[in-house]
Design a protein. Sequence first.
Length: 237
Amino acid sequence: MKNAQVKQFKALNIALTALFAAAVTVLIITFCIGLPIYCRFFYYIQIKTLGLEQKTGWDYATIKRAYDEVLNFCTLPGGQFSAGALRFSEEGAAHFADCKVLFSLDFWLMLSSAIVTVALAVLNKLKIITILKPLGHRAYFYSAIVAVALPLIIGVLCAIDFDKAFEVFHTIFFPGKTNWVFDWRYDEIILVMPEQFFMNCAIIIGVFLVAISAGLIVADVILCRRDKNRSMEGREE
């Protein structure tokens, strides 16, 4: 009976360790994706750096208001689509309604993965469960490896052909739809959200993915060395 309980407990810890690693991976990715969405100053800076006022003829306040209203629609519950003083079509509004679904998905995945990560970490700290160390590494080490692989793959694809990568992205996340191909004559918002802006969003996501993942990997390596030294000291005693 004891052997059966031990096996069940071990199987539970393996499952919880896998769940913890998956939750950390999802948390890293969704958090980084959310950075350019929720940190609006990232866009505000680019109004000047991309020369949007000179290119469009609209002043800073008009451009900022248009972006804010689009983001309010995409990130807040309910509401009618608006682009400030800029014209938009029904198809353009429909595309941003699709974006709203994806933004909401990212937010709820980020929130739920954060809850799972914190809850399992606390239970592990209290020794109620045991988050295992596969091959001597902590679970988040593997989460970081998976998370850092994503921007590297995407970065290579974007470097080869950003336009094609952009098209593939929309084909995957907006299957069967073409309303993401904007005509500036009917959807003026595209003039203040140029391709370079989206490229910069991809860069900032990739940079933070790499930075956070590298930090977790380094932390694990340091802690593994500490554990090894403590183990050696214990043997000597």
